[in-house]
Design a binder for this molecule. Structure first.
Ligand code: ZN
Ligand code: ZN
Length: 165
């Protein structure tokens, strides 16, 4: 599925091909909440990095988030992933992690193309959610204290929704 996205002030526009465009994964970690999630969470999509086209590149800044896991010092420190945002309006755009160089993870909030509604949702990193965040309950809502084992691609394949070109 071709996704078209932009920041709030429209200084940055982008398009990217996404085989896994269902916004089913809501992340409640403090990085997503503070940098991208007004409702307490942010949602990443999976897309093909080689197809990413950007207008307004000069308005993009990227940073490495700091992982803080006191009980897990070897995981703590600077995340290798780059989080990209518009340096004029602050909109979160996408995450790029050089460990998976063929992928890019746009934030669903930056996408203008109407996304398909997921048949079920994963609420992840709940160990880190703010106490005021409301987490939906119900048979189609799945809860994880950290991340799930299943990748974006595996989830889409399991539901017959993986849209390979
Ligand atoms: Zn902007
Ligand atoms: Zn997160």
């Amino acid at each position: 599925m071709l996704l078209e996205g932009s920041c709030h002030c429209e200084s940055v526009r982008f398009r990217v091909d996404s085989p896994s465009p269902y916004p089913y994964m809501a992340c409640y970690c403090s990085i997503c909440r503070k940098t991208a999630g007004g409702g307490g969470y942010a949602i990443n999509l999976g897309a093909d990095y080689n197809t990413l086209e950007v207008e307004g590149e000069e308005n993009i800044t990227a940073f490495h988030a700091i992982i803080r896991e006191p009980e897990n010092p070897e995981r703590s420190g600077e995340s290798p992933a780059w989080r990209h945002f518009c340096n004029r309006c602050g909109s979160a755009l996408w995450l790029y992690d050089p460990r998976w160089p063929e992928l890019v993870h746009p934030f669903a909030s930056a996408i203008d193309t109407p996304l398909p509604k997921p048949p079920e949702r994963n609420h992840i990193m709940l160990d880190y959610k703010a106490p005021w965040c409301e987490v939906p309950e119900g048979e189609h809502e799945h809860h994880f204290s950290r991340g799930p084992d299943e990748s974006l691609e595996e989830w889409h394949r399991r539901h017959g929704l993986y849209d390979a070109p």
